[in-house]
Design a protein around this ligand. Structure first.
Ligand SMILES: Cc1cc2nc3c(=O)[nH]c(=O)nc-3n(C[C@H](O)[C@H](O)[C@H](O)COP(=O)(O)O)c2cc1C
Length: 258
């Protein structure tokens, strides 16, 4: 079979006619977050600090945000749809024609697959140093915004107003979310991984968000729920939905469901 020709991108197509700026932030960050033998001692400072500090270790092992004064909503036990992993992989697609409401059983299954607790202290996804720097917020159309508590498998109320006007404002293409029912916002609490891994912790937070969204997408395929991974949102709008300051904490990925 003849392979179609690949289309190499000219540097000017990537960076514009003048090439990347000397202080291009993406390059600077990538360089600054590289592990190097010459810097190993300095770069391992967080790891050493963690080893010698029992209280820090205990806090790091319990990376879950809980506001006991907030109302909680129980979630049904996650379902186990009769779909093999291979069928889910084959079926997964980013679809944009949503089918409407998602019942709590499907929502519970999706959140559990995405970031649920397994044996004590572990989740459905890998995490650098098992630090779990992410929190999942779910904006439910007509209902409010909730934080998923993986330890207790419940929703904690974050905001009771209908989030959909805000979700719509967050999309550069508002009609995209017209018929959707929910949006899962993957919030990174950068400090939870940065205290140990320094700048590389930022890479880890993003990588881990990818693990979460892939689990969610495969579970959605198994449940026949439409799921659209969504990175092209206005950051300020989604951060506001999750109550994040956009600096220490920020939404790094989202999935629209329906
Ligand atoms: C990091 C990331 C961000 C994405 N952001 C958007 C988005 O903002 N809007 C959108 O319509 N699709 C978005 N997508 C979906 C892609 O368009 C889709 O994955 C791609 O077209 C391949 O199709 P498939 O997922 O069905 O295999 C995103 C996908 C990824 C992985």
């Amino acid at each position: 079979m003849r392979r179609p020709a690949t289309a190499p991108l000219a540097r000017s197509e990537i960076y514009g006619d003048d090439g990347p700026d000397l202080d291009d932030p993406a390059e600077l960050f990538h360089e600054a977050s590289k592990l190097r033998p010459a810097l190993a001692r300095r770069q391992a400072a967080g790891i050493v600090r963690l080893e010698g500090n029992e209280a820090l270790g205990a806090a790091a092992a319990r990376a879950v945000r809980r506001n006991p004064q907030r109302r909680t909503l129980p979630l049904p036990a996650p379902r186990r749809p009769p779909c093999t992993l291979w069928t889910a992989i084959d079926r997964r697609r980013s679809r944009r024609s949503f089918r409407g409401a998602i019942d709590d059983g499907a929502l519970a299954t999706l959140l559990d697959a995405a970031y649920g607790l397994r044996e004590p202290g572990r989740r459905t996804v890998p995490s650098g140093g098992a630090l779990y720097p992410l929190e999942l917020y779910v904006a439910l159309r007509g209902r409010g915004v909730y934080r998923y508590d993986p330890e207790l498998h419940l929703l904690e109320e974050h905001e009771v107003e209908d989030p959909w006007p805000a979700v719509t404002r967050a999309s550069p293409l508002p009609s995209l979310v017209d018929d959707a029912a929910a949006a899962v916002l993957v919030l990174a609490v950068f400090g939870r991984t940065r205290f140990k891994y320094g700048l590389r912790g930022y890479r880890f937070a993003l990588l881990e968000a990818g693990h979460v969204v892939q689990n969610l997408a495969l579970a959605a395929a198994a449940l026949d729920v439409v799921a659209l991974p969504f990175g092209g949102y206005y950051d300020g709008c989604v951060d506001e939905l999750a109550g994040a300051d956009g600096v220490d904490e920020s939404v790094v990925y989202a999935v629209v469901l329906g």
